[in-house]
Design a protein around this ligand. Sequence first.
Ligand SMILES: CC(C)(COP(=O)(O)OP(=O)(O)OC[C@H]1O[C@@H](n2cnc3c(N)ncnc32)[C@H](O)[C@@H]1OP(=O)(O)O)[C@@H](O)C(=O)NCCC(=O)NCCS
Length: 292
Amino acid sequence: MSRDGKDLTGGPQSRTGGDAVFSSTYGRLAINRAGSTLAESRSVQVSPLVSEAPVAADTAARNPDVLPEFVKQFSWIVPANDLGRWSNSWEDIELPEALQEATAKRQLHFRAGRYCALRALEALEGRPVTTVLAQTAGGAPLWPEGVTGSITHTDGFVSAAVARTSQVDALGIDTERIMSVERAARSSAAIAWPSEMAHMRAIGFDRLEALTLVFSAKEAIFKCLYRKVGRIFDYRDVRIVAAVLHPGTFTARIVQTLSPDFPAQTLLHGRFEINSSWVHTGMVLSSGLLRA
Ligand SMILES: CC(C)(COP(=O)(O)OP(=O)(O)OC[C@H]1O[C@@H](n2cnc3c(N)ncnc32)[C@H](O)[C@@H]1OP(=O)(O)O)[C@@H](O)C(=O)NCCC(=O)NCCS
């Protein structure tokens, strides 16, 4: 991120060293995106159709390539309508008071997210972790001292990423299923400026992919900055101003000052990956620079 030229997020960072903490057992599948150069050069590991071949409960999904190598991430592809089948993996994880009356799906998503967070924390610490991860009033997970992280869950995919605060001030991840036409029609005006859609269309995405990517990038930005900013902010307070396909990177500009540390014109950098029907985004806020 830059403020008057200062880059706080450290710019796009490659994870090509492949520090997936838990390697996948899935076969390799070339992404086939008609009309996109992605199809020519990208080959990623994704699960088979999860509804036909459920992932073993002890198997982590391949982590999306949206974070620096030192971040530990644990991802899980879970059959969308079959979450409960895996619940024995995380039935010990306590629900907060606020979720006691929530739907079964919401409770399962919460527990699955915490499960992934504990596995990611174990990778970071190199030992078993049973920490209870509470929630802040704003809904963000309360990470152990010296750790920051982020959780996402959507139909069929759950993930958590953690890092030491000695390395990053904050991070945010988000995964979304590519939006339906109906959802896009309902939400596009609130989420995306025409110029943001134009940036995404210019690098080869169709309208639904473009909107989902703008949405996911803003959700990742929100999760990354929320505790630093100290309040909720709007999709229109931040604008995507650039995107590159290889590697998948985006740049956003704060258009309404969010806090003294995040004034208007600040640039934020993140990464994205689109595979199967998911859009994954991630962003880190570089350690120390906020305090400099
Ligand atoms: C909170 C929000 C970002 C969650 O995103 P989502 O796509 O709906 O859901 P995801 O599954 O990806 O993420 C949910 C997780 O985000 C985390 N989260 C929730 N609120 C959070 C916050 N204020 N800060 C950081 N992380 C938060 C939680 O871990 C949550 O899972 P859990 O409740 O099971 O622990 C979203 O619901 C929201 O309120 N957005 C409005 C604000 C916004 O995005 N503004 C855009 C600014 S550019």
